[in-house]
Design a binder for this molecule. Structure first.
Ligand code: FAD
Length: 523
């Protein structure tokens, strides 16, 4: 078998034999799932970013952990094959790709696990790493009335893909990211071992894999904490946007809301920056929640700058609470200093609220805005540096917008677990910044990638306390700087769980080299 794979890799004539090769590979691996050729048009050579495309050797559609273990073990017996788990391919920079390697389509394992688990009065759901969060919504929330505590804004992402990064949305200020809301994982390590892990069982693997950028194992099952969902029937979410012209007032109010006790604030807090003009994608029209309402710019003071700020909040309720809801919401809004007259509000069902970005995606897909590359940039910026960031990046570099949302909202470090592989800026409060660029007819993608680089370089140059979220770096030096004093722990985890550097080569952190087994001593 090893000689056989070596032949595929080395043989220039291999293309013509691939069909035969696929069938014999499939037989010798004895998979329950299936194997396809990795041609350049296959889904394994693309991602949402659209900036990179590399050709894998094979696309594997496993039926579960056993198949994945066989594939990883096979790769470990060759000199050069790598293995990339592909969630839903919503990475920007080829992180789920494997050039000349084996790409595992995790979506084919989606249906393997779906088990609602009441344990000692708490509720959990066991799901496959390849399940989409929208599947969790339909199968768990709709059927049992329980919901994960921490979501992402967009739900067509896989559980394994977001847990390998963090998984952040407007609930994370209260419950932490998705990585703080999982109690057990089943993982196939880079040695091909199928291992169950948790805070108390194989804990180094458990915390390593969470936010581990796919470096230590493939998540095949996750146990997710649940809470009772708001009413599923009818309206149960008040979704509100209010506008600020001053960044300091926006951050003061956002920080006030995220530091209140549970039950004394909104259930969801996010925010975004938009241009102080009538541009349909970047400006005032991007604010109203109800398409029937227009943004009235006469409320904005003449002295306002090039950009404005929108705080987006949501309040969940059960129908039985209804009479008190308006009092609670108005009480909270009364403590905020937004521009009077610039409030937009709609009442929606819980499901409609959670699927808000999926709906927006359908719209942009239908008008072609979603086509083309997406050079997105995500950062975590410390509270201590966020005013400087606003002044230089939002008010100056990006004063004309990015053709899509520019999210910014505060998160609390104490809700994140330091034992995971995620790295954060210092200090309790930090901001997530997401520049979600859509570029159908705008500047060339090269210019936008260069602008992202300029922003990151500026952050480094002025010594800003920041980390990239969904990081993308090319050199070992950059990765070392990114992980800072957590780099040696990251390398030790690699040495323990994937010493041959087989997994997730698209992250460009470790390189598979037959002459090199990663050991923690080398760093
Ligand atoms: P992929 O892109 O397929 O994979 C990402 C990485 O994880 C790769 O390195 C891959 O090898 C690895 N991986 C995938 N599956 C597994 C697994 N089972 N086990 C181990 N490693 C695995 N992020 C947020 O936090 N909040 C948001 O609200 C949010 N919204 C988004 C909206 C859109 C439209 C897009 C494009 C992205 C968004 N993201 C958000 C970012 C998203 O979380 C990451 O891009 C994530 O990696 C995508 O998940 P995926 O399932 O597509 O993973």
């Amino acid at each position: 078998m090893i000689a056989y794979l070596g032949r595929i890799v080395d043989d220039n004539d291999a293309e013509s034999k691939l069909d035969d090769d696929v069938s014999s590979l499939s037989k010798s691996l004895d998979l329950q799932g299936s194997i396809e050729n990795g041609d350049v048009s296959s889904l394994a050579s693309k991602d949402f970013g659209g900036l990179y495309s590399v050709k894998p050797l094979f696309l594997i559609k496993p039926s579960g952990a056993e198949d994945i273990s066989r594939v990883v073990k096979l790769a470990s017996r060759t000199s050069n094959l790598t293995v990339a788990a592909r969630g839903n391919g919503h990475s920007i920079n080829g992180q789920a790709m494997a050039e000349g390697g084996l790409v595992i389509d995790m979506r084919s394992t989606e249906k393997n696990h779906f088990e609602f688990l009441p344990i000692n009065g708490s509720h959990y759901i066991d799901v496959s790493g390849g399940a989409l969060w929208e599947d969790v919504l339909t199968r768990c929330v709709s059927r049992y009335g329980y919901a994960p505590r921490s979501w992402t804004d967009y739900l067509s992402l896989t559980v394994g893909g977001t847990l390998s990064n963090a998984g952040v949305s407007g609930q994370a200020f209260r419950y932490g990211p998705q990585t703080s809301n999982v109690t057990e994982l089943e993982v196939v390590t880079g040695k091909g071992e199928i291992t169950v892990c948790s805070e108390t069982l194989n804990s180094e693997l458990f915390f390593g894999v969470l936010g581990g950028l796919g470096q230590f194992g493939v998540i095949t099952r996750a146990r997710i904490k649940l809470q009772q969902a708001p009413d599923m029937v009818g309206i149960s979410v008040k979704w509100i946007r209010v506008v600020y012209s001053e960044f300091e007032e926006f951050t003061r109010d956002a920080e006030f809301l995220v530091t209140q006790k549970e039950g004394e604030s909104f259930d969801y807090v996010e925010g975004f920056v938009f241009c102080n003009n009538d541009d349909p994608f970047n400006g005032w029209p991007s604010v109203p929640l109800d398409p029937g309402h227009e943004f009235n710019p006469t409320h904005i003071s003449q002295t306002a700058g090039s950009v404005l700020y929108c705080l987006e909040v949501a309040f969940h309720y059960r129908n039985s609470d209804h009479p008190t809801v308006d009092t609670a919401v108005n009480g909270l809004l009364g403590r905020l200093r937004f521009v009077e007259g610039l409030k937009s509000q709609v009442d929606v069902s819980y499901t409609k609220f959670l699927l808000r970005v999926n709906r927006a995606e359908e719209q942009v897909k239908s008008n072609g805005t979603c086509d083309g590359p997406h050079p997105w940039l995500n950062l975590f910026v410390s509270k201590s540096d966020v005013v400087n960031f606003d002044r230089t990046v939002f008010k100056t570099m990006l004063k004309d917008g990015v053709g899509g949302p520019m999210l910014i909202y505060p998160l609390l470090r104490s809700k994140w677990d330091d034992r995971t592989s995620v790295v954060l800026p210092e200090g309790e409060i930090f901001y997530i910044v997401a520049l979600l660029r859509f570029v159908p007819n705008g500047p060339s993608v090269e210019k936008l990638v260069a602008q992202n680089r300029e922003i990151v370089n500026w952050c480094i140059k002025v010594g800003l306390d920041f980390k990239l979220y969904l990081p993308h770096y090319q050199s070992k030096e950059d990765w070392e700087r990114h992980f800072g004093n957590r780099w040696s722990r990251f390398v030790e985890r690699k040495a323990s769980f994937d010493p041959m550097a087989i997994l997730a080569p698209g992250q460009n952190i470790f390189r598979r080299d037959p002459s090199n087994i990663i050991t923690s001593r080398e760093f």
